[in-house]
Write a protein that binds this ligand. Sequence first.
Ligand SMILES: Cc1ncc(COP(=O)(O)O)c(C=O)c1O
Length: 490
Amino acid sequence: MNATDAINQLRQGQKPEWPAGASTLDFAKSLDNKNDFPRTLRSEFLVPTKAQLKRQTLTDDAQTSAKASSSDDEGIYFCGNSLGLQPKAIREYLDAYLKTWGSIAVGGHFTPIADSPITPYQDLAGECSRRMADIVGASSSEIVAMNTLTINLHLMMASFYKPTEKKHKIMCEWRPFPSDWYAIESQIEWHGLDPKKSMCLVKPDDGYLMTTQNILNLIDQEADELALIMLPGIQYYSGQLLDIPTITAHARKHGITIGWDLAHAAGNVELKLHDWDVDFACWCTYKYMNSGAGAVAGAFVHSKHGDNGPNVGLKGWYGHDKSSRFLMDNKFVPTPGAQGFQCSNPSIVDLTCLAGSLSVFQKTSMADLRSRSLLLTAYAEHLLAQIAARNIKDGDSPFQVISPTDPRFRGAQLSVLLQEDLMEDVSAALEGNGVICDKRKPGIIRVAPVPMYNTFEDVFRFMSILEEALQPKVQAQGQAQNGAAVEARL
Ligand SMILES: Cc1ncc(COP(=O)(O)O)c(C=O)c1O
């Protein structure tokens, strides 16, 4: 199989032709060994072993064999859509921070240490902005590393949601992540308005998916009353990647401010926030950016809002221009650009982790990651389709993939909706075999092969475990229509 051709096809929304032997370990390994498309950066990460995943104490590495002797010993981690794996660089970065704090103490704010991977603390947020610029397609002055995602959504809405009697609605999706819902709801309430009247929900019109046309129509219909549109770049449940440029351009046509929650998109898909003329965007860095649980988040504010002093709604001393911040004269001079939105002095532990995880992104590009991701996820989809076909029960497939079939409209994640009675067995089998992926009741498993550290072998091994987990149910109920084929695989 020519991987480069396959990736080009996927980029155009077509399906590649998989060879007959694609569902074998050898084939998966052959893709991992190819050099004609971007390779994994797995060696930059700590991949837990199956034994480590059962860890009960911090000191039991001797018993739990910290080092995998073969890929069979490694866990299969498909949960980067929730929490990315630990980049090895982070330990080196944290160590440098601890040494700096432990030696020059407060001097760490301003004093460069020649051989340290981190800059003086005063410059570290700016350094993280520079390292995130290419990832989201913006200039570094349009980006700020601060706070956490929900807080940043609030700060952005405090600046960009200015309801009037006529234009008071916020458009969001039918099923936003709870924190987005609460943030939008409470911002509306903060203005003394009623969320029932001021939240405008985009409903799915294609299974679990929201078509672009449906969104554009709703914008047309509601334009006179919309004060703000806030949508997810990638919907967390279905994995749908929305058409950010088209929807943003449409909002712009109507003069409506538009912001994006990129929690599941940043570090996952290619973004061009500046060129797409997005007003603002927020993302967390603990998913595809691998900065650790609850890590410091990122926000984007288009330069048109910030070049000459940002449109800051809520102020704090760290939004004050760095050159005169310490004059303490209480005359707010905003830092030009997104960094004017900072309030507090940032956690240097958090920024250190972020700078460390972003150092891995500096070894690649979003274009390369996306190319690899398109093929990895398409391979997962292909194997899932084969498993579904082999395991029809009562004329029904044991699961349905609810993510978009068009690769241009999804990221790494495939959301697999299992028949409800299968969830328990499948969960137990995945856990028992060292597989980590996200399960959402009633029957969704979110499978996210992350291009930075997951391999085609991971995908193959995951699928074998999934298929085995489906067998007992199919056989116990004596309902396998293709029992022979199933047995042949056992
Ligand atoms: C889409 C989305 N929005 C908001 C959040 C909440 O993020 P935080 O707890 O970092 O504020 C998450 C967390 O996973 C998310 O996926």
